[in-house]
Ligand binder design. Structure first.
Ligand code: GLN
Ligand code: MG
Ligand code: MG
Length: 443
């Protein structure tokens, strides 16, 4: 919605809004918020809300700790859950420096910058349709997640196998009350695993929606005594949770990936974009799969991609071209998971695709056979390489990719790499149960 300041003032009175949650996302993808009472509304509308950014991970050095929040009024939304003392609204903000310039360390500002480049290249919007998956675990009496799943259901199961149904339905209703267009909600393959798909949106709105979606899922699950997690691989031996990203690029004439006369009815632009996505796949994996744990999902046997390849007919590769054509022509990236910072993930895949357009990159041939049945020689013949094995491998790919540096901007690029190397080092120093079980008695 395009709200004016006066619209907001009127809505606040009519709806008895008492608190404002001012939201932004840090570099690691965590949604943060400052809550202010409604008395601060005028300061908010005049971009005068100041906060101390120094406490926010990955965000600022001490000397630049004074930051301003500029609300994006199009994101104004009143939470459907109300308190006895009035209602709570949220608005997503951009972080600005005291000098009045956008802060480069804010992932949302960064995506806005990359989208401006895209517009200069002649496009009107980059659309993203996400397919986030998550698990529902039982919660213990302290509100902590246990490792007990809430049901034993599987793909598209119904009650009583799907005990998440009521909870999932309330999530869907709440999302709808908040303006989401939910397209489908279903039990996923693994026990306790669910997926909710909502309508695609342009890149910035889609990233905002993903952040809001995760908050809603977690909030509603709690009401049912369940703990919702988007952790990519919470349990070994069963599928992990991904967040497939469907992407399409538009100009004034519509979806530029579609060409009635092209091979597979895809345009030359689509093939070059795909070429860029294939070329930079290893490096944006560090952004789309940001956790040590993300790499435990990207192993053979669990419907998650392992190899860099694409196909128009087969579901196993990294990138798939879903059947729909015309305005629904799109590319589906199947590696991403919901622990990724959506602003950074979308910026990185867009920049990869635009690089493909700029350089006219031609993608390798499509791979329409099951890659998991090929041996190493066959994969080599088909130019199929592996996705990074672990976070360290992915970070090395990222650090040497200039296109990704452009996608994130130097500031985020550097702070992201530093923060993720620390995370990897901390992990490497840990000794796991698996190691003790394997080695203790044998050696
Ligand atoms: N959960 C699978 C993954 O890890 C995807 C399953 C599906 O949606 N087909 O990506
Ligand atoms: Mg799915
Ligand atoms: Mg999918």
């Amino acid at each position: 919605h395009d709200y004016s300041k006066d619209d907001i003032r009127r809505i606040v009175k009519e709806q008895d809004v008492k608190f404002l949650r001012l939201m932004f996302t840090d570099v690691l993808g965590t949604l943060k918020n400052v809550e202010v009472p409604i008395s601060q509304l005028d300061d908010l509308l005049n971009d005068k809300i100041m906060f101390d950014g120094s406490s926010i991970e990955g965000f600022v050095r001490i000397e630049e700790s004074d930051m301003y929040l500029h609300p994006d009024l199009t994101t104004w939304m009143i939470f459907p859950w109300s308190t006895e003392r009035g209602r709570i609204a949220r608005v997503i903000c951009e972080v600005y420096k005291p000098t009045g310039e956008p802060f480069e360390g804010d992932p949302r500002n960064n995506l806005i910058r990359v989208l401006k480049d895209m517009k200069e290249a002649g496009f009107t919007s980059f659309n993203i349709g996400p397919e986030p998956e998550f698990f529902l675990f039982k919660m213990d009496e302290n509100g902590k997640p246990t490792i007990n799943l809430n049901d034993q259901g599987s793909y598209f199961d119904m009650a009583p196998l799907d005990l998440g149904g009521n909870c999932r339905r309330e999530i869907v209703l709440t999302l709808e009350e908040m303006g989401f267009d939910v397209e489908a909600a279903h039990h996923e393959v693994a026990p306790g695993q669910h997926e909710i798909d909502f309508q695609y949106a342009d890149a910035l709105n889609a990233a905002d929606n993903i952040q809001t979606f995760k908050l809603v899922v977690k909030t509603i699950a709690r009401k049912y005594g369940l703990y919702a997690t988007f952790m990519p691989k919470p349990l070994s031996g069963i599928n992990g949770s991904g967040m497939h990203l469907n992407m399409s690029l538009f100009n004034d004439d519509g979806d530029v990936f579609y060409d009635e006369n092209g091979e597979l009815k895809l345009s030359e632009t689509a093939y070059h974009f795909l070429g860029g996505l294939i070329k930079h796949a290893k490096s944006y994996t560090a952004i789309c799969n940001p956790l040590v744990n993300s790499y435990k999902r990207l192993v053979p046997g669990y419907e998650a991609p392992v190899y860099v390849a694409w196909s128009g007919s087969n579901r196993s590769p990294l990138i798939r071209v879903p059947n729909a054509r015309g305005l629904a022509t799109r590319l589906e990236l199947r590696s991403a998971d919901a622990s990724a910072n959506p602003y950074l993930a979308i910026a990185s895949v867009l920049e990869a695709g635009l690089d493909g357009l700029k350089d006219g990159i031609v993608p390798p041939k499509s791979v329409d056979r099951n890659i998991y049945r090929m041996d190493e020689d066959e994969r080599e013949e088909n130019e199929i390489v592996n996705l990074p094995d672990d976070l360290l491998d992915a970070l090395e790919e990222l650090s040497s990719d200039e296109t990704m540096k452009k996608a994130l901007g130097t500031k985020i690029f550097n702070s992201y790499l530093a923060a993720k190397h620390l995370e990897y080092d901390a992990y490497r120093a840990q000794v796991s149960d698996w190691e003790r079980n394997q080695y203790m008695e044998k050696y």
